[in-house]
Design a protein around this ligand. Structure first.
Ligand code: ACO
Length: 336
């Protein structure tokens, strides 16, 4: 009898802009305060791309790092998935632009739109494709330049968002790897978080007045309540599907939107603070990029070791949610 193929993460990478936008900078742009932003969200600063930079620039940079750590040459890739709500343009897909930038000439490439849940949606597609024997090397990228859809005159949203990208290379593993995934959506909640139209080709920090209709609009309170409910539910379902126990989870890596949402979800799950990863203070909410950036930093900081159980869980526009349980297999090329 043939053995079941399992999928695992071979390498992780991330890339964020150098430019830092602090809470104090925002105090000069809108009526807000470092104190309000810190206590309501946990965010202290976020990274903002330069005018003219594209989502594919950061996606490709994150991908190159993930490929290096996976010991995979771009030409070995079978498939590239880019999860984003801020593509370079509507066509070509950002995944195809990345494919060209990194020289992954053999890979199929497509974009996936599931807002902040997009990376875990992509992970599910990649893992299932590998398990089915259809692909052997898949690159999943979560990349968003939310500054392109942020209204920097709206204090209720502009303090929350930032730019960045994270990537993983997946391939077959002997044991462990992606133990489970769970995807969900509730389209009836769609109006609670919208970007009605999209214009990617200018940085939003300037020229806000002409761009009404291309900004992210959100019913913050409603999204907050949704997130606090759905994050633990989704995590628990993924844990159940993996056949493991919450107590055995080494690290909980939630979507980095708001520290209060993260803390409330961890509390409901009964997961202590030392088993929760957060970097929201540094980057704010980077949508599809937030989970893979967090995973990359968790690996870099030695927070997970081979054999550890890790839960990834996200929520966002759609409304959508997604969770996955990984048994960490370690990167193919150990970090120096
Ligand atoms: N500075 C100062 N005051 C502010 C600011 C600000 N930046 N923003 C709002 N306020 C004011 C409001 O106007 C309101 O004033 P009022 O009482 O006089 O009307 C007051 O602060 C309280 O506002 P609330 O909305 O009740 O504040 P809340 O505690 O709910 O926090 C927040 C708002 C941070 C937006 C929260 O609701 C939240 O995090 N929601 C979830 C957002 C999220 O996670 N989105 C993720 C999905 S994003 C994606 O998929 C791309």
């Amino acid at each position: 009898m043939s053995q079941r193929i399992r999928a695992g993460i071979w390498g992780v990478g991330s890339a964020v802009p150098e430019r830092v936008l602090t809470n104090h900078d925002l105090e000069k742009m809108v009526e807000t305060s470092d104190e309000w932003i810190s206590t309501r969200t946990g965010i202290k600063e976020r990274r903002i791309s330069e005018p003219g930079e594209k989502t594919s620039d950061y996606a490709a940079a994150a991908a190159r790092r993930a490929l290096e750590r996976a010991g995979v040459h771009p030409e070995e890739l079978d498939l590239i998935i880019v999860a984003t709500l801020t593509p370079d343009m509507f066509c070509p897909p950002t995944a195809c632009i990345v494919q060209h930038k990194i020289g992954a000439v053999r890979a199929g490439a497509f974009d996936l739109s599931a807002a902040c849940s997009g990376f875990v949606y992509g992970l599910d597609v990649a893992a299932r494709g590998i398990e089915a024997g259809a692909y052997r090397r898949v690159l999943v990228i979560g990349a968003d330049l939310l500054s392109h859809v942020t209204d920097y005159t709206d204090r209720s949203t502009c303090v929350l968002f930032g730019d960045g990208a994270g990537a993983c290379v997946l391939g077959p593993v002997e044991e462990g790897g992606v133990l489970s995934t769970y995807l969900g959506a509730d389209g009836s909640g769609g109006p609670k978080l919208t970007v009605p139209a999209y214009r990617s080709n200018e940085a939003a920090v300037n020229g806000a007045a002409s761009r009404e209709g291309t900004f992210i609009r959100m019913d913050g309170n409603e999204v907050f309540k949704f997130a606090v409910r759905v994050m633990p539910e989704a995590a628990l379902e993924a844990v159940r599907r993996a056949g493991v126990a919450v107590e055995d989870v080494r690290l909980f890596i939630p979507h980095q939107a708001n520290i209060r949402i993260i803390d409330a979800a961890a509390k409901r799950l009964g997961i202590s603070g030392d088993r929760v990863f957060s970097n929201v203070h540094k980057y704010g909410n980077t949508s599809a990029a937030s989970i893979p950036i967090a995973l990359d930093e968790a690996v870099e900081q030695g927070r997970i070791s081979p054999g550890d159980l890790v839960v990834l869980v996200g929520f966002g526009g759609g409304l959508t949610w997604a969770a996955s349980v990984l048994q960490w297999t370690g990167e193919r090329v150990p970090r120096a």
